[in-house]
Design a protein. Structure first.
Length: 258
């Protein structure tokens, strides 16, 4: 899939939470094709400590407004500087990178999308894509507290939304794999993204119940094109670069002890 280096214009920067911003970008020409699960490498300008681009999942593509959205978690100097962009600023991005989720061929299948923390980001675009195919997804979103559950209204546009919080402040108390929906509904496919322990727990549940499952890995990435070898993951075909061969993998390919 062709990759582009683009100077995009900020249309909106929304502070969703003390640690999260939603940045929307556009350009005069139509944005290139992007698939759910792919990501971008975003250049951080004006920082004395940030020299590498930051890999950010594609959160959503709004074709009516010709916008691409990025949900950015503020974790270091780079993302904190990126979070200061304002409407009209130019942001340089390389996209689309990596391989996206495998979409079901049978739209009658029951599909569950599980996201934790900033790992909910790629689930939004995936959810819309599935709905447009005629496959209405179910979302299961987990966070530490209700303040960390983001974009719930957006998710509700595309499917049923269930939540868990570790402190019980919203939804069911506990982790996503403890939610009652997993006992109430038999799913045919699970897609997940979030902290690795969460994804491993979801993968373990899927394997135990013979459910197809894809995970979007968040290994440390620098180049985004498989050159620097920072993001290597062990698979049944040897070591591969997550940024190039992933970030989405079927759990059958990974050598996780689940």
């Amino acid at each position: 899939m062709k990759k582009y280096i683009l100077d995009l214009t900020v249309t909106e920067n929304i502070h969703l939470h003390a640690n999260y911003v939603l940045i929307k970008l556009t350009q005069a020409a139509p944005l290139p094709e992007m698939l759910p699960g792919q990501f971008a490498e975003i250049r951080v300008d004006g920082s004395n400590t940030t020299f590498l681009r930051r890999p950010i999942s594609i959160n959503y593509v709004d074709r009516t407004k010709n916008e691409v959205w990025f949900l950015v978690q503020l974790v270091g100097d780079g993302t904190r500087k990126l979070a200061t962009v304002q409407k009209g600023d130019i942001v340089n991005v390389v996209l689309p990178l990596g391989n996206g989720f495998t979409l079901p061929t049978d739209t009658s299948k029951k599909v569950l999308l599980v996201g934790g923390g900033v790992g909910t980001a790629p689930m939004l675009y995936l959810g819309e894509t599935l709905l447009k195919m005629g496959c209405k997804p179910v979302f299961l979103l987990g966070a530490r507290s209700k303040n960390d559950l983001l974009q719930l209204d957006e998710f509700a546009r595309f499917g049923e939304v269930y939540t868990t919080t570790e402190d019980g402040s919203m939804g069911e108390k506990g982790y996503v794999t403890m939610h009652s929906i997993l006992q109430q509904t038999q799913f045919d496919m699970i897609y997940t993204c979030g902290p690795k322990p969460m994804m491993m727990a979801v993968a373990k549940y899927a394997k135990a119940n013979s459910i197809e499952c894809e995970v979007s890995l968040e290994n440390t990435m620098a180049c985004g094109v498989g050159a620097c070898l920072c993001c290597v993951e062990k698979t049944d075909e040897g070591h591969v670069c997550v940024c190039k061969e992933g970030p989405v993998f079927n759990i059958k390919k990974l050598l996780w002890q689940i």
